[in-house]
Design a protein. Structure first.
Length: 204
């Protein structure tokens, strides 16, 4: 009896493993076609047909275009954040859960939200998958909320000109490089900061 139960347990475990592999292959195959969407960022909606389109609210679309225009003008995420706060510009967010699921809400801008918008390739009309892969070993660990970003060349799927775009692909790459150069590191230029000795290095 113990032998029979053991064999049944092994077979059940194998079946679960096979089912999981099939589900993962189906998910990856759907992603390779640019059709896998769990959710979309602000400024977009998922239609009943499963397709992705611009947010139907005109004001929401205008705010998203304003974000990209002002970042191109100001040149930094923090500068953009302070400009939006000063001018009382709020961000359009579609509720994902609760009684107001799917309804448009207006939230105060945050630096992290603006960073996600400027780094997301969907705004340039590109479908991407695998930007932040899930590590199964970290699933139940205390720090499972941290998932590092993957370099663009390591993304599993990247399909350009696949979705409605707010900006061009060239502008998206320009924004990414500008954000990178704004960081204080040995290989970046950084951003100008206030101070009496701001131009000392240039003068010398």
């Amino acid at each position: 009896d113990r032998l029979l139960l053991g064999l049944k347990g092994i077979m059940s475990e194998m079946e679960l493993h096979i089912m999981r592999n099939r589900l993962e292959r189906g998910r990856d195959h759907k992603a390779s076609r640019g059709e896998l969407f769990h959710s979309v960022p602000m400024g977009y909606v998922i239609l009943p047909t499963g397709e992705v389109d611009f947010d139907p609210d005109e004001q929401a679309r205008n705010v998203m275009r304003l974000v990209f225009e002002k970042f191109d003008e100001i040149g930094s995420i923090y500068g953009l954040f302070h400009w939006l706060i000063q001018h009382d510009v709020q961000m359009p967010v579609r509720a994902r859960t609760g009684a107001n699921k799917g309804q448009l809400e207006w939230h105060r801008p945050s630096v992290s939200a603006l960073a996600q918008v400027l780094r997301h390739p969907i705004y340039a009309g590109a479908y991407s998958y695998g930007r932040r892969p899930t590590d199964r070993k970290r699933k139940f660990s205390p720090g499972n909320s941290y998932r590092p970003w993957v370099p663009m060349e390591q993304w599993k799927v990247l399909i350009k000109d696949h979705l409605p775009a707010y900006i061009s692909w060239d502008q998206f790459l320009k924004n990414r490089e500008r954000i990178k150069q704004n960081q204080n590191a040995s290989d970046t230029t950084g951003v100008p900061r206030a101070g009496a000795a701001l131009l000392t290095g240039i003068l010398v």
